[in-house]
Each structure stands twice: as structure tokens, then as C-alpha cells.
Design a protein around this ligand. Structure first.
Ligand SMILES: [Cu+2]
Length: 533
């Protein structure tokens, strides 16, 4: 281990007062990985060591008073200096670039006034490295992650996973992209470097003094009224509604900036879109009607590019687009739109949520691409991108009788099979066996009072979507859903049943599965499942 790293690590430990048992045990973490995975058997120093902090900050978004935000910052303590790339402007955390097979240590330092823990969304990790809310550390406390990157190349992301306050913490700015590359992907010569753009979609509302306003945090008293949801209604009735139905911001932010314009050259790009909004669903399409060329979903490259007029992107989901601007003149602009769709929030409550400045299902511009210089280079998109691991559907334990997960509403609280989150708890019907695959079925049997889409996310597994059954009624949203490739998050619309095939490999332990509409998850629409040997 290089001396330089030892020094900075000691420094970190000294600074992080109160770091006790956990840090003392950190040196043994690779042992526990090793017992679970033969591939990680050599107990060696990590290839990459990052320091990651979360702290209070401010940024200039509107003219006048800066906006208070919370943000991640990272620096490389050891290894490839290009592993951390700052997010351009805005408040988002830097983009982390990891490689498959890399052994990584991330020394997280919580400088927030809140407890916090970081989840590496989409990565397959040992339980203690995955950011389960029970590992949250208090203000001023560290948490050391050590893991091997075993995921295939893909667009993943990181965000806090603190019980009950994840929505608020992400809303204030705590999120960043985490890109994994591998040899298969490198061989394809897809656009990279400056031609590979993370595009993080969020929605935000400004309240008093240019500050971000969230649910019942107030700050909206001086806003111009927008119907019954405007003005002073927001903190009270609207706050309660948002808390239950999910927060929708008034304005769209891309990479932490509003009215985002992304300057490009006239060449081909890889656009990595992440929906990091609290609860908003997008139905993305190019403004000029050009089909979207999708090359990857949550868990990495598709077998072949998919061309679609529009694609639905639910909270937590990612799609990578291939976009060739080589025939565009300098000065040309192209708009990414979110197309109108039938508001999936039904029932009495859903009717109320159809109001507000930017209701669910409204059409709006998401961002603009502007060609600002010429570049002769053109890139060819291969027709075959990747070989997905075989899904072995017929070999699953319960093929034909899926494990049922009803998305429920009881006592005005969202739940799963009628239960809400229990920090260490797991029910008998939530235990799976290491080394097996199972079919799970999420059933969103909407009631008349409450019909909401849910964006279901599993930690610890990349799954396949086997199919969805629904009434078949056209809503716009449903027709645009892309279930291809490996997924870790899947949208389940009201009235739908969605079947997935999930493998439980490599690591035993307790892993959360939950709705990624952050207000639903925070309200308890989250459970553990246990992987046992
Ligand atoms: Cu939900």
C-alpha cells in the first residue's frame, strides 16, 4: 500500500471522531467477501480509494440569493485520477467511473446535520456495503465501503438511503452517477469521453428566498397561487398530499440546472439518462419525432439497439441513448420532450394531484441539445451490442407460481403485502435461497380511492422482466415502457401485474426492496428480503 494513501487514511480516521467498531473491522471486510465469492479470494489492497463527503453547501441557481443544497464531493486517494469527474454546474455529486473487477474502497464522511448512508443503486454488493438504512451513520461519522465491482458495464448511481428521509436528502441534492465500464463494452467503440454524457433528470420547486421547497417544509407562502394547490395550501393540504402521493416539482432540472442546454459537437453521443426525480415519471421523446435509439437500460447494454418513438422512465430507472448529431449544422437545436400521458393517479386523491404547476402526465421540454461546433468524426452503432446472461426461466424454483407481492394501501400508508418497513425484520415469505432464481410478481390492484404507479426496486439483484398483464387500455405511458435488458427498477402501473425473474447469487444477507417513488419508500413502502445459504 503506497505511503501516500496510508497517510490520508490515518488523517481520515483521526478526523472522524467516534469511528469505532465499524472502522476497526474494516480491514476484515474483504475476508467476508472472500467467503462469499471465490473470485474475490485474494486479500489485497484496493485498486481505487475514494474519499466521499456529503455536506451542506450552496449554489447559484436563480439571480440573487444562492440556493442552499446538500451535495456529495469526492476525491481520489489512490488509483486512477479519472475515476471522479465533477458534475458540470448545479448541485449533483461527481460522476464516479469504476471498472468491472476493480476493488474499491470508499471512505464516506457524513458532514450533514442528518444521519446518512450511501446506496450504490444497481451494484451487486455484500449486504454491509449496499447502504441498507440500518447502517446509517450520524453527523460527523464515517462509513467505509470495500467491495469488488462485479456488475457489467452500465449506468448506475449513488444516493442516500436513510430511513424515512431519503426523499428529502436526495431532493436537497444528494445524488450522482456511477458508471461501470468493462472489456465487452470497450470493444464496441461506443462514443466515450466528452461524447458520453450523464443526464440526470429531476424536478424541483422554489419557495421563499430562492430556496428549494419540499413537502411540508414551507417556504411557499409567497408563491403566486396556482389553483387550489397554490400559495398557502402547499404546506398544509398539499404537503400531506405530496407526502402520500409523491412529490412533483414545478420545474425540471437537468444535471442540477434549470432550462438546461447541453452543448454538443456534430458527432455521435452516448446520452445516459437517469430519472433521479423523487416521484415524477417521464415519457421521453425527441421533439422532432426522430425515434430514440436505446442501447442500454438499468443493468447495462441491450443485446441490440431498440428504436422507439417514446420511452417511459420511472424514478430510479436509466436508459442510455445513442444519438448521432453528425448531420446537424452548427447552431441546430434538438429538444428532448416528455410527452403527455394519461395521469396514472386515479381515484379521488389522484384527481386532486392532477392540479399544480406541472402535474403528472403534462407535456414539457426536458432539455435542449445545441450543436455548437463541427466535428467530422462519425461513429457507427453496432447492430449487436452485448450478450446478456441467460435467464434460465424454466430452471427457476417457482416457475409458474410466482412469489406474490401486492402493492397495498392500508390505514393511508403504502405497503407491500400489507406490511410496512421493519428495519431488521423479514417475514417467512421474504426469504430466498442463495444460488437460486425466482419469479416474483408485483400486483398493483388499484382501489378506487388510491390508484398510483409504483417504481419497484430490488437491491442485490439485476432481474429480467418476464411480462406484464393489464387491462390493455391505452394510456400513453404503458405503450412507452421498455422492459428489455437487465433491470433493477420496474414501473408497475395501476391495475398491472408485472412478473420478474431475479437471481440471488453470491451474497447472503438482508436486502431492501421498495418503491423508488421516494415519498412512498420513506412512508414505509419498503421491505427486506433475506438471502440465506
Ligand atoms: Cu410507490
Amino acid at each position: 500500500m503506497p505511503q501516500e494513501h496510508v497517510t490520508s487514511r490515518r488523517e481520515f480516521l483521526r478526523r472522524a471522531t467516534g469511528a469505532t467498531a465499524w472502522l476497526a473491522g474494516a480491514g476484515t471486510l474483504f475476508d467476508s467477501v472472500a467467503t462469499a465469492s471465490p473470485a474475490a479470494s485474494s486479500k489485497s489492497a484496493p485498486d481505487l480509494v475514494l474519499a466521499l463527503t456529503a455536506s451542506q453547501s450552496e449554489t447559484q441557481i436563480l439571480p440573487g440569493k444562492p440556493t442552499a443544497v446538500w451535495r456529495f464531493a469526492a476525491r481520489v486517494l489512490k488509483g486512477d485520477g479519472a475515476s471522479v469527474k465533477p458534475s458540470p454546474g448545479g448541485y449533483l455529486g461527481p460522476t464516479l467511473h469504476l471498472k468491472k473487477g476493480q476493488r474499491v474502497r470508499i471512505e464516506f464522511d457524513n458532514q450533514l446535520p442528518d444521519p446518512a448512508i450511501v446506496h450504490w443503486h444497481g451494484l451487486h454488493l455484500p449486504e454491509a456495503m449496499d447502504g441498507h438504512p440500518r447502517y446509517a451513520v450520524g453527523p460527523g461519522k464515517p462509513y467505509v465501503y470495500e467491495f469488488e465491482v462485479i456488475n457489467r458495464a452500465g449506468s448506475y448511481w449513488y444516493h442516500p438511503h436513510t430511513h424515512g428521509i431519503t426523499g428529502r436528502q436526495i431532493y436537497r441534492g444528494l445524488a450522482g452517477m456511477l458508471l461501470v465500464s468493462d472489456e465487452e463494452e470497450q470493444g464496441l467503440r461506443l462514443p466515450q469521453g466528452e461524447s458520453d454524457l450523464p443526464i440526470v433528470l429531476q424536478d424541483r420547486t422554489f419557495g421563499r428566498d430562492n430556496q428549494l421547497a419540499y413537502i411540508s417544509e414551507g417556504g411557499d407562502g409567497d408563491r403566486a397561487g396556482s389553483g387550489m394547490m397554490g400559495g398557502s395550501m402547499r404546506g398544509g393540504m398539499m404537503g400531506m398530499m405530496s407526502e402520500m402521493m409523491g412529490f412533483l416539482g414545478d420545474e425540471i432540472f437537468v444535471n442540477g440546472r434549470r432550462n438546461a442546454v447541453l452543448p454538443v459537437a456534430s458527432r455521435a453521443y452516448r446520452l445516459r439518462l437517469l430519472n433521479a426525480s423523487n416521484s415524477r415519471i417521464y415519457r421521453l421523446a425527441w421533439g422532432d419525432g426522430t425515434p430514440l435509439t436505446i442501447i442500454a437500460t438499468d443493468g447495462g447494454l441491450l443485446e441490440r439497439p431498440e428504436r422507439r418513438a417514446a420511452v417511459t422512465l420511472a424514478p430510479g430507472e436509466r436508459i442510455d441513448l445513442f444519438a448521432d448529431f453528425s448531420d446537424k449544422p452548427v447552431g441546430a437545436t434538438l429538444v428532448m420532450r416528455s410527452l403527455a400521458f394519461e395521469n396514472p393517479m386515479g381515484g379521488m386523491m389522484g384527481g386532486m394531484m392532477r392540479q399544480g404547476k406541472l402535474p403528472s402526465g403534462a407535456a414539457f421540454d426536458v432539455f435542449r441539445i445545441r450543436v455548437d461546433h463541427r466535428d467530422g468524426r462519425s461513429a457507427r452503432l453496432p447492430e449487436r451490442l452485448s450478450a446478456l446472461p441467460p435467464s434460465k426461466e424454466k430452471e427457476t424454483l417457482n416457475f409458474g407460481s410466482p412469489r406474490p407481492f401486492r402493492l397495498t394501501m392500508g390505514m393511508m400508508r403504502w405497503g407491500i403485502n400489507g406490511r410496512t418497513f421493519d428495519m431488521d425484520g423479514v417475514a417467512d415469505d421474504e426469504i430466498v435461497k442463495l444460488g437460486t432464481s425466482e419469479v416474483w410478481e408485483f400486483a398493483n390492484d388499484a382501489s378506487r380511492m388510491m390508484a398510483m404507479p409504483h417504481s419497484m426496486h430490488l437491491h442485490g439483484a439485476q432481474f429480467r422482466v418476464l411480462g406484464r398483464t393489464s387491462s390493455g387500455r391505452r394510456t400513453g405511458l404503458r405503450e412507452s415502457i421498455l422492459d428489455a435488458g437487465l433491470k433493477d427498477t420496474v414501473l408497475v402501473l395501476p391495475g398491472e401485474r408485472v412478473k420478474i425473474l431475479a437471481p440471488f447469487s453470491r451474497y447472503v444477507g438482508l436486502f431492501p426492496y421498495h418503491c423508488h417513488m421516494l415519498e412512498h419508500g420513506d412512508a414505509g413502502m419498503m421491505r427486506n428480503y433475506a438471502v440465506r445459504a
